[in-house]
Write a protein that binds this ligand. Structure first.
Ligand code: NAD
Length: 490
């Protein structure tokens, strides 16, 4: 079935919270439109109150007392089943992601596939909660450490990966024996509703996962403040993450924060300029540049700048912008009209500060594109390191070129932002590569490829890009569990 026919048959629902294993009655709801055609309402979704959050957290807290006693391998088996169900329902989930978020179907299918991989890794973690044994000071004694789940996790996600981010939070929480109350972005709630169906079918007991739909101020804040929430796993902007961290600190509640980025691709040398341009363009414009790890700055030696800019312009010119259901589309719309306006404001300020558009930059409104939030992929050069476009997270299809004199300046500029999420370097010189891996102020470094992570490697940022244990990999154990030391005497 194609996406449009599927949508015709499945839109228009009224969706409530999922609390204590049951779908809840919807009192107040808001409409969520298709990102590529605003005239199509995908459904109405609950706007939760603090009382809804209270019921969800209480349910999660009750469920935690039994879920933490379920042997790890059994918890893992349920999550492996959930991964199989996501795989079986992959096409439907991809349709939902594309409809509410806007990304093209190839990207949505990729997102769902990645969620399956991450969930399987998390499921295995349920059998890998490890401590260690040590010699005791006493004869016939021994000492050991082990890991225990911390309790109810408040999980809060943004709108750019509506299937992957929930799975990235729910999978490890459940694997390590925590329970969770999950709040998606109010712009992309439908994928989360679908995921609740998946986890229910997989056999997750009631109360172990709860879904509360709503806004940040109305619903998210109540979740962050709830006294029974022992950990907050948050992905979103640096501004919101900083506020949440301040709230959590008052109660000594642990946070795992995955925040914004201003990720550089440093280009010092290459054998094939077209290949480098392809990799940078893909890292910059996938998901319409709305990826926390998107490359948004190219820092290139002056001697290579013209050639690379030409190659990038040629690569970007081949990106056809359009809706997800058109198989020829290579890039979808921005998530909302307001977000597109914010991207355009940033571009205008950058131009005022001396930058120059080399390609793109126009709003696309011909024919059916007028119904979506479409914008041409945009390449901007003449960007100084002080320009707003070199410093500020634009979170859209905008790539800035910064020309530098030498390697030292390249590394200095790469590190001269408040963020530290992902960074790439392209070079033929192994010493330069090693130096960059050492000196880059970022959580993830990539040599000779774009900023794409893998489904089992720790994922996170430093500086303004994150705080707390990295997600995805085994590092998650540090967030979702407490360490306990135990002493035994024979
Ligand atoms: P956002 O910070 O506005 O919102 C994120 C989530 O927090 C949403 O669910 C929102 O409803 C909720 N929220 C907002 N205010 C809140 C509050 N006071 N208390 C509790 N919850 C609140 O971010 P966004 O616009 O949805 O997402 C874009 C941002 O997310 C970008 O900065 C991007 O870089 C970042 N992001 C980071 C990563 C990462 O892994 N580092 C991944 C994806 C997106």
């Amino acid at each position: 079935m194609n996406m449009q026919s599927w949508l015709d048959q499945n839109i228009g629902g009224r969706h409530g919270n999922f609390i204590d294993g049951e779908w809840q009655h919807v009192a107040k709801a808001v409409a969520v439109p298709n990102a590529a055609r605003r005239d199509q309402v995908l459904g109405h979704f609950a706007e939760s109150t603090a009382e809804d959050v209270e019921r969800a957290v209480s349910s999660a807290h009750r469920a935690w007392k039994t879920w933490r006693e379920v042997p790890g391998p059994e918890r893992g088996a349920i999550l492996f089943r959930a991964a199989d169900i996501i795989e079986r329902r992959a096409e439907e989930l991809a349709f939902v992601v594309s409809a509410e978020q806007g990304k093209i179907l190839v990207e949505s299918r990729g997102e769902v596939g990645r969620a399956v991989k991450e969930l399987r890794f998390a499921a295995g973690e349920a059998s890998r909660m490890e401590g260690h044994t040590q010699p005791s000071e006493k004869r016939n004694g021994f000492a050991m450490t082990f890991r225990e789940p911390i309790g109810v996790i408040g999980s809060i996600a943004p709108w750019n990966f509506p299937v992957l981010t929930p799975v990235r939070k729910i999978g490890p929480a459940l694997a390590y024996g925590c329970t969770t109350v999950f709040k998606p972005s109010d712009l992309t709630p439908w994928s989360s509703v679908k995921l609740m169906e998946v986890f229910k079918e997989a056999g997750v007991p009631k109360g172990v996962i709860n879904l509360v739909l709503g806004t940040g101020r109305g619903t998210g804040e109540a979740l962050v403040r709830h006294p029974l929430v022992r950990g907050i796993s948050f992905t979103g902007s640096t501004k919101t993450g900083t506020e949440i961290n301040a709230q959590a600190a008052r109660r000594l509640v642990r946070t795992q924060l995955e925040l914004g980025g201003k990720n550089p691709a440093v280009v010092l040398g290459y054998a094939d300029v077209a290949n480098i341009a392809k990799q940078i363009s893909s890292a910059a414009f996938t998901t319409t540049g709305q990826r926390c790890t998107a490359v948004s700055r190219v820092i290139v030696l002056q001697s290579l700048a013209d050639e690379l800019t030409e190659a990038l312009a040629a690569e970007i010119a081949a990106i056809k912008v359009g809706p997800a259901w058109d198989p020829s589309s290579k890039m979808g719309p921005l998530v909302t009209d307001q977000h597109r306006a914010s991207v355009l404001r940033n571009v205008a300020s950058g131009l005022d500060q001396g930058a120059r558009i080399r390609f793109g930059g126009r709003v696309l409104e011909d024919g059916e594109l007028a119904l979506g939030n479409f914008l041409e992929p945009t390449l901007i050069d003449n960007v100084s390191p002080e320009n707003l476009l070199a410093k500020h997270e634009v979170f859209g299809p905008v790539l800035s070129m910064i020309a530098v004199r030498d390697v030292n300046e390249a590394f200095e500029v790469a590190n001269s932002v408040e963020y530290g999420l992902a960074a790439s370097i392209f070079t033929r010189d192994v010493d330069e590569a090693l130096r960059f891996v050492r000196e880059s102020e970022s959580g993830m470094v990539h040599v000779n490829h774009g900023t794409n992570s893998e489904a089992h490697m720790p994922f996170g940022g430093i500086k303004g890009s994150g705080l707390g244990a990295y997600s995805i990999g085994h590092s998650n154990q540090e967030f979702f569990t407490n360490l306990k030391s135990a002493y035994f005497q024979g």
